[in-house]
Design a protein around this ligand. Structure first.
Ligand code: ATP
Ligand code: MG
Length: 424
């Protein structure tokens, strides 16, 4: 994309009413805009990142048998009365003109259960795994963590349906692995711990994926031997590592980027969602649920991957692989260089189209702004590679390539740049 066409602009200062680092930097760099606390517009650069996170999740969840659907956000309150969740504190309430009471979806157990009940009748229909990417509405009391805690946010929610606990347990293990793959691809693996949390009434534990960051709202206790953690909320019952009984746990602030939960019949039972077993008896369908917040993941990435100049996107989730900077210095220069400057537009344009033709996504800074501004913006936006085309580099028939976050610059012949970048 040509940066001259991008309608957003970067800002030197974050808005005065934004206190969280993730939202400050994403607003400054033009990825999101704040409407009010906990509610943000996703701008073109942010949209690209969120779609990449979404596609990573989609691939990994499809790999473990997930079937994608899209459920409504308007829910009849009657469904919540069945499960006793009609008064939970995060619900937004609304009404139809005829007076029927509705809530805005904060999660979709109450919708997916009656949906699947129409199709799952016998043991032959099980197991099934169904997921969606949907906006959730939660009237969060504290919305001070930027996009880590939105009042409206996008979530991947997967639900699995099984004939018994053993089958659920088996799938649950597959989901755990898929989650690690997702967080690896999002550049969060090194700081993300499988964390034991309360399992509610059905199982001893649920599991959270907690990413260590000072911005985190949770406290976790890490067992460095087993590379797992325990959430503070259950540390009293579980004062040692559940695997090695190690009591020397390391405390850290962390944010829950995902969680997985064995629901058992917590939601199937109130709806009378049963299947006919092999022996002809009726049994409750056993369920699991698995969430990941998309915005929270994007926010966590910025909290973890940045320096004083801006964001440092992991490659798979970066809005573009490279920023291409066309530098037309207005300073006096030797005659040889002046010659080169004449062709700089043509050469830069060609590198831009060649890179794109070879599948490299490029943000082409073709704007008529100062050199300093171009460099500052490239760092702030944080694409993994910065390619500079200037009279100086063209004197050597080269462009200058630098990886974001490193200070090593490399001169690469313009004929080799396509090969180099597409093979990095
Ligand atoms: P938390 O304890 O942080 O409030 P939760 O237990 O309410 O999270 P779930 O309801 O299980 O979370 O939601 C699944 C995932 O959705 C979470 O792991 C997180 O990634 C994301 N999520 C939850 N609440 C928010 C929010 N307010 N804003 C952004 N993402 C959220
Ligand atoms: Mg919550």
């Amino acid at each position: 994309m040509r940066q001259s066409q991008l309608f957003t602009k970067t800002a030197k200062e974050p808005p005065k009413d934004e206190f969280s680092f993730n939202a400050q930097i994403l607003i400054r760099a033009g990825f999101i805009d704040k409407l009010f606390a906990g509610v943000y517009t996703i701008l073109p650069l942010g949209f690209k990142v969120l779609k990449k996170i979404e596609n990573i999740i989609r691939e990994e969840i499809n790999n473990i048998g997930g079937q994608e659907i899209y459920m409504p956000a308007l829910h009849p309150i009657a469904n919540y009365k069945k499960t006793g969740r009609d008064k939970i504190d995060v619900l937004y309430y609304t009404k139809l003109k005829n007076g029927s009471e509705l809530v805005l979806g904060q999660s979709h157990e109450e919708i997916i259960v009656p949906l699947m009940q129409k199709f799952i009748l016998s043991y032959k229909d099980l197991p099934k795994m169904v997921y969606q990417f949907q906006t959730k509405f939660r009237n969060e009391l504290r919305a001070k963590s930027g996009i880590l805690r939105g009042r409206e946010f996008s979530m991947k929610d997967l639900y699995s349906f099984h004939k018994n606990e053993e089958d659920l347990n088996e799938y649950y293990k597959m989901a755990q692995k898929a989650y690690f793959k997702i967080f690896k691809r999002c550049g969060l693996l090194d700081l993300t711990y499988l964390t034991y949390a309360s399992g509610g009434t059905f199982s001893k534990f649920s599991h959270e994926y907690q990413t260590i960051t000072e911005a985190g709202e949770d406290l976790i206790y890490i067992c460095d031997k087993c590379e797992i953690a325990i959430n503070k909320k259950i540390i009293k019952e579980q004062s040692a590592c559940p695997f090695c009984q190690n009591k020397k746990l390391r405390e850290a602030k962390a944010i829950e980027v995902g969680n997985i939960f064995k629901l058992g019949n917590r939601f199937s039972h109130p709806f009378g969602f049963q299947y006919t077993a092999e022996d002809g008896s009726k049994k409750d369908v056993v369920m699991g649920c698995y969430g990941i917040g998309l915005g929270r993941t994007m926010g966590a990435i910025t909290e973890v991957h940045h320096d004083k100049n801006g964001i440092i996107w992991p490659e798979e989730v970066a809005p573009f692989v490279a920023s291409l900077l066309k530098i037309k210095s207005k300073n006096a220069m030797p005659a040889g260089r002046q010659e080169k400057v004449k062709n700089i537009d043509k050469i830069s344009d060609k590198i831009y189209t060649d890179l794109q033709d070879n599948g490299v996504e490029v943000l082409y800074d073709d704007r008529d702004v100062s050199v300093g501004e171009k460099f500052a913006d490239a760092d702030l936006i944080g694409c993994p590679y910065r390619i500079v085309v200037s009279a100086k580099t063209l004197m050597k028939n080269c462009v200058e390539v630098k990886r974001r976050g490193s200070d090593k610059e490399e001169l690469i012949n313009i004929n080799e740049i396509i090969n180099k970048i597409s093979n990095y």
